[in-house]
Design a protein around this ligand. Sequence first.
Ligand code: ATP
Ligand code: MG
Length: 317
Amino acid sequence: MKKEFDILVVGELNVDLILDEIKSFPQIGTEILADKMTLSLGSSSAIFASNISVLGLKTAFAGMLGDDSFGQLVVSSLSSKNVDTQFFKIDDKQRTGATIALNYGEDRAMITYPGAMKVYSVKDIPREAFQSARHLHFSSPFFQENMRKDIIKLYKMAKESGMTTSLDLQWDPENKWDIDFEKLLPLVDVFLPNKSELLAVTKMSEVERGLKYLTGTSRIIVVKMGADGSALFENGKITYYEAFKNNNVKDAIGAGDSFNAGFISTMLKGYDLGTCMKMGNLMGAINTTERGGTGAFSSKESVKQTAKDFFGQEIKF
Ligand SMILES: Nc1ncnc2c1ncn2[C@@H]1O[C@H](COP(=O)(O)OP(=O)(O)OP(=O)(O)O)[C@@H](O)[C@H]1O
Ligand SMILES: [Mg+2]
């Protein structure tokens, strides 16, 4: 059967309300002003879906929203990037989650109300969603309590439907890392933690030891290391790939998700792993040229132009 989509993204959805140019810190019982405000699509999974769709993959998303205006903003933002939302569940008993970020230069304070993402579960994903795509990507299990509990079931269903799979853990706010990784990782073809997440999961102090500890689990492990680039672990061998230098970083919000979009889109187009790693690093670096996770990914043409202007790279899409 011909699959309608290249990729099905399962994950959390929320909006980001970002306040900038705040002159002092908030204090209980007082009120202060911010001179700038942005309301935009948030969440790691949505940033990934939006960017991989811009890179040319036919993308569908399965997630949960409340029946509210924040939910409508998520739908319209993703639809404007051609992400298919037919597998969304809109639940009128839930509220769409939101993150309020107070920006102070490079630092920020954030409060997240998870809302619908907390109750979303494997049972809410329509069966045909698994049948409709070649690849499953899931992100942020520790922000999605019900999905985390059933994560092995999720990957088994993907495998039974003949999909290849990837996983981005993201941080565990409780720092418990309560997932049976021995059972899970063999079902994950590409495991994409960042350095801190790898070290936390394996309880090791170095990337190399962490990776060796995971020998015999996922077929491919990729570790994201910020401005230090990334590491590929395959067949017991570690290869490091340098980052593309950006001397004018706006912020690194969503750089990991953009790395994932670069790596997985290149893999699903059939390229070798070295090319996937370079495209991952390049998309991560491009992400840092604009604010937020989707700012540098408005269209394929703009991504191509940034690759050329900032990093001297010609991309053939
Ligand atoms: N300052 C930077 N300069 C160049 N490239 C960068 C920079 N920061 C990140 N990148 C690129 O983006 C990739 C992913 O970034 P990072 O390691 O921060 O992921 P992450 O911690 O998962 O991020 P996220 O906050 O999106 O979850 C890096 O491996 C690198 O290729
Ligand atoms: Mg990350």
